[in-house]
Every structure is written in structure tokens, then in C-alpha cells.
Design a protein around this ligand. Sequence first.
Ligand SMILES: [Zn+2]
Length: 577
Amino acid sequence: MEIDMDVKTYQYSGKQKIVYTNNSPDTLSVVFYHLFFNAFQPNSEMDIRLQNIKDPDDRMVNNTGTREKPVLESRISKLKADEIGYIKVNSLKQDNAIINFTEYGTVLKATLNQPLLPGASTNLAMDFTGQVPLLIRRAGRNSSEGVALSMAQWYPKLAEYDFEGWHANAYIAREFHGVWGNFDVKITIDKDYVIGGSGYLQNPNEIGHGYETGKVNRPKGDKLTWHFKAPNVHDFIWAADPDYIHDKITGENDVTLHFFYKKSLKKEYLENWKKLQPKTVELLAFFNKNIGAYPYEQYSIIQGGDGGMEYAMCTLISGERSFGSLVGLTAHEFAHSWFQFVLATNEQKHEWMDEGFTSYISDLAMDKIMQKEQKNPWLSSYQGYQYLAKSGLEEPQTLHADRYEYNFAYGASAYNKGTVFLTQLGYIIGQDNLQKTLKRYYTDFKFKHPTPNDFIRVAEKVSGLQLWWYLNYWIQTTATIDYAVKEASGNTIILERIGKMPMPIELKVTYSDNSTENFYIPLQMMYGKKETEATVLKNWSWTSPTYTFKTKKTIKNIEIDPSGLLADINRDNNTLR
Ligand SMILES: [Zn+2]
């Protein structure tokens, strides 16, 4: 792509050429593109959804009422013509011949002149113009912290075609899915603007701005053309501001970590951005060790956007943060590189595999590098999930990310329930097997868009246990876990499964002589058990609501799940004295 940006009007022109290979077994007669910026227009699908959802994102609305009686107004609905976002496609060609297309808001459907056979390639060429919207959500101009350009979802982006067909979803709210490719991008912009983004800069000594490797020799003129290459990515984003500080530090495997943040930040925030840099080196090493090697040569942490959002080789985060918050957010967004970016599950369909797995590993990383040493680093995820499960608003995780009735239910499901999916899998198969599963999953499925079944099959192979039932209950239903001690007398214990979802059970019994014994009750349909030092009892089948067993000594008290890793929604009935 070649882009020419006008920083005064926020308009840009672009030329895009794609060599598109059909790696599917199907003949393609159409292609789809995303035109994401068209969402930021009054009456767009995003705008209408924003006006109708019961708990809109507060970044996207103005409150024209009071705090007690809020009256929320869509910020998109108020955008003027020179403030909206758009991508206008001026022409589209296949192998030098014009092809016809129809626009549906944020989606473009083009009919190919020549159907594309399996294994064949074709050239698609597009001329377009764009306007950067006021920053309403994720991308746009003039962020609340004054960053000039946060350029995500900014170019006409080919949609993904896979075994499920075209993923040509309108831009309503969230989550993305893209095609792997080698990007070659030239951005022409006023020469005092500093760019951070997805690619490796090819002409650092023509640019300077902290990228130079020798003497800077800038071409004449008011603008500079930045030439980036980004191999094997499914997105390309950038941010630009004339006021950026640009720092670099080298991490494990010679990965260059770049930091872009505004000179105008308050002194305490500037200090936090400096102290963040060695912590990011530690984060890189932690993720390399616990998931697998980061496959690119650079990663950039860029002040921009409206919170934190993960992209190719970089993140845009808001920068006015306490040190703990800045490191925590960086840990989360950087961890996304392994899940959202390199594994790249379809996060519109399986958002929990992205947000949940990312939160799982970043919580663990924060516990380590900030020396927190918590008993359960995921405690807040358990609490968030339990709150969701009891709220009456939970929907199954198989629902498309945009379709949840409440943003709250989406968030708690993707992040909290997604995290608990993994921590609880550790409870089921053992923590060592969970660590092995995560690493093997990354090795086997990087750059392959894995599905939930791909992941659970890895866990089955590593553990030797049947786990399909766990995937079925946890992601396809809203069934909950609630086990109780029903009765105990003398040395007889009766347990009860009250919740619909069955699990293997760990139990700690204290006897009247104050000695203790741990028990493990395998779940029949797993056809096996994790390694345990507990006394293993007979299997419990999901068809039996109760379970009775006898101990050798008289019982004083009983506790189900002393580890706290079972997502039991009512722990009050887990103990009996
Ligand atoms: Zn995230």
C-alpha cells in the first residue's frame, strides 16, 4: 500500500495491490473487504447498535443527563461531515480489469471477473480515499490524551475465507479475524510526525526520529515517506504524533522493544514509561518461556487509542497511568501477541480463547515480575465469573462477540470465564499438564487459526484424558458448577452435585484426631485421572446426583475443593463441620 496523509484535514489517499492466493479447496467467485472506518458515521450499524444496547461502552456515549439519571447519547450520532470516518473505494481491479462491487456499510462485496480456482493467485488493485474519524473507539484522531493519529482498522482489508466460508462481518463493536500476508506499506506524512506501528522500517536513515542506524540523510520537502515491511501478519496498524519520545531497548532473542509516548506527559507518567522498559524485557522472557518464542523482530508499545488494544507487533495504550497499571496493561496487550496475533483464533467466534488465555498468562506474569506471590493470581477472574453466572445475564461462549445482550456479559464471559477455562483445566488435568498443553498448542498451531476443538485435543493428547465434555459444558452452555456436602455422620460422607456441570472432585477431610486426608473422586467419563497424591476413590458418573463413601476414621470436618480452582458458584455448602 502507498498512503499519503494530510495531517490538517485528516484525509488520506491510498493505493493497494494484493496478490491473493486461494488456499482453500473451493473456487471463489466473490471477495469481501472490510471498510471499518465507515462505522463512525451517524446511522451506521455500529451507531444504531450503540443506541440500542442496554449498557453502552461509556467511551462511546455522552451523558446529557445527570449522574443519577443518565441520558446517554451516541457520540457517533453527533459526528459532523468533517469528523466522521470513511473509506471510499474509487476503483477496484482484478488482473488489470475493472470489477464490480457493492458496499454494505462497513463491508464491500466484489464479484470477480475470473473465478479463482483452488491454489490459484490473482491480483487485486484498489484506489481509495479515507478520512480519520474523531476517536470514538480504538482508532481515530486526537485521542483524549492528545495523540494525533491512532490508525487501526484504517485500510480496506480483505476478509478471511476459511472452512466456514467468508467472515465478512460488519464492524459493530469488537474483535477481528484476518488473512495472513506479507505487508509492504509506504506512508507519506509531514516530516515532524513520528510513526510507530506494525512493520520493520526499511529506510531508517532517511527518517531518523530514533530509528536511525547511522547518519540521517533526509530527502528534501515537507513530507517524509516511511517504508515498512511486516512479514506474516494479519493486520497492519500505526500511530503518529509530532510530540512522541521514541525509546528502544533490546530483549531476548534480539527483539527490539520500541516505546512511543508524548513529551507532554506529566513528569510522574514520563518516569513510569521509563521504568516500564526493563519490565517489558522481563515480560518478553516470561512469555517466551511459558508459551513459546515470540516470532517477530520487534514489538512497540505506543501511547494512543482509548485504553488498550492489541495489534500486529504493537499495542496502542492510553499512557496516563500509575506504574502498576502501565505494566499490567502492557503485560496483557503484549501477551495478546501470542494468542490474538500469532495463534489467531477467530476471536469474533472464540473471544474467550483470546482474552481468556491472554488474561491467564498475563496475570501469571504480573504475579512473577511484580513479586506479588498471590495464592491464586486469578482470584478476580473467579469472582467475575461467579458474579456473571449468578447475574442471570450469562449467554453461551459460542455466541458471536457482537451479539451479547449486554457488554457486561460479553466482558465477564470473554475475560473472566475464559481465564477460568484454563485455570480450571489445570485443576482437571494437573498444573504440569496445563503448562505442557499451552506450549504444545503454540508450537502446533501458531499461524494456523486454531479452533476450540484443536485446543482441547492438545490437552487430551498431553493428559491422556477425555475432555470433550469440559468444552461442551463450559463454552456451549451456561451450566454451572455447585457441589455440596449433603450429609456426614460417623465415617460416612454423602456428596451432592447441585449444579448441572459435573467435575472430578477434590476433598479434604479432617478426622476427630485432627489428622487430615485428601481424597480424589475421578469423573467417570474422563476414563482416567490426573496425577495426585490424594486417596483415589471410585469414579462418579454424571448421571448420579449423589455420591457416598466411607472413611477409615471418624470425621470432624470436610471441605470440597481446598485449592479454590473449581469454579463452584456456591462455596457455602462446600464445607461441613
Ligand atoms: Zn485483551
